[in-house]
Write a protein of this length. Structure first.
Ligand SMILES: Cc1cc2nc3c(=O)[nH]c(=O)nc-3n(C[C@H](O)[C@H](O)[C@H](O)COP(=O)(O)O)c2cc1C
Length: 244
């Protein structure tokens, strides 16, 4: 058997320097260590224009979008991937605009017909797409993990639309405290090591252990301290701006 193919899409505008990359990159390393072939794309570097809703990919040119841009390279990768990793910061309680534009442009993988899946109407997917897994990696600014709930529901629905198994999520709340924590030498190594273990577990066991995911999202400052630190930091910046 050949190597398992992983397609990772990072939609953070901060690309490799962002909080999302801090979790995604060790996760991908874990997968590579377990033998996966990993392709990582930063959406910000690509040209992916918005879907114009002509639906010609369903009727006039089935399976092919009329827009010529970097999506031409990505659609075959989506088809081939054993695991697709959607990596995104939480924006307005959902995925980033870049990620949503990419998702809308996945419409050629479907067909216009309807079928009933678990009692709900859905579009069928084209031959060769209905296989493999989908994983979410996300970071957010707020402290509570519950902030990811709307996006989790969305991603589970996307997995069903794509006929992929939703294989879980690496969720890192309070990610804006990572940088200050590193600055103040608060030990966080176990968090990044857990992200790597999650990648290895997914490849070797087909799933990620609950404890591993809990470590990725674990608290490292109490809520009151996070609020106090954030307010102090931003007050300093704004006081300076106002005094200029
Ligand atoms: C436009 C925008 C919207 C955001 N919306 C939310 C939000 O709804 N909830 C939240 O907890 N954090 C929100 N954040 C914070 C980011 O999710 C957080 O800083 C994340 O870790 C950034 O990841 P990155 O460094 O990979 O870009 C938002 C940030 C931006 C720039």
């Amino acid at each position: 058997m050949g190597k398992e193919k992983v397609l990772a899409i990072n939609s953070s505008p901060n690309m490799g320097k962002g909080n999302t990359a801090r979790i995604l990159n060790p996760f991908l390393e874990g997968m590579k260590g377990a033998g996966a072939e990993v392709d990582l794309y930063y959406l910000r570097k690509l040209t992916i224009k918005p879907c114009i809703a002509c639906l010609k990919c369903w009727t006039k040119t089935p399976g092919k979008c009329i827009i010529r841009d970097d999506m031409d390279e990505l659609l075959p990768k989506i088809k081939d991937a054993d695991i697709i990793v959607f990596a995104t910061p939480l924006y307005w309680d959902g995925v980033t605009g870049l990620m949503k534009m990419f998702m809308d442009r996945m419409t050629p993988l479907g067909k216009p017909y309807l079928e009933i899946i678990d009692g709900r109407s859905r579009h069928p997917v084209r031959e060769g797409y209905a296989h493999g897994k989908l994983v979410l990696v996300s970071t957010c600014g707020f402290f509570e993990e519950i902030n990811f709930e709307p996006m989790l529901d969305h991603m589970k629905a996307v997995a069903t639309n794509m006929r992929r198994e939703f294989a879980g999520a690496l969720l890192r709340p309070n990610a804006m405290s990572i940088e200050p924590a590193i600055h103040f030498k608060v030990p966080l190594d176990d968090i990044f090591e857990a992200a790597e273990s999650a990648g290895r577990e997914l490849m070797e066991d087909g799933k990620m252990a609950k404890e591993t995911l809990a470590t990725v999202g674990r608290e490292f400052f109490p809520l009151e301290q996070v609020v106090e630190q954030a307010n102090r930091y931003f007050k300093k910046i704004l006081d300076k701006v106002e005094s200029e």
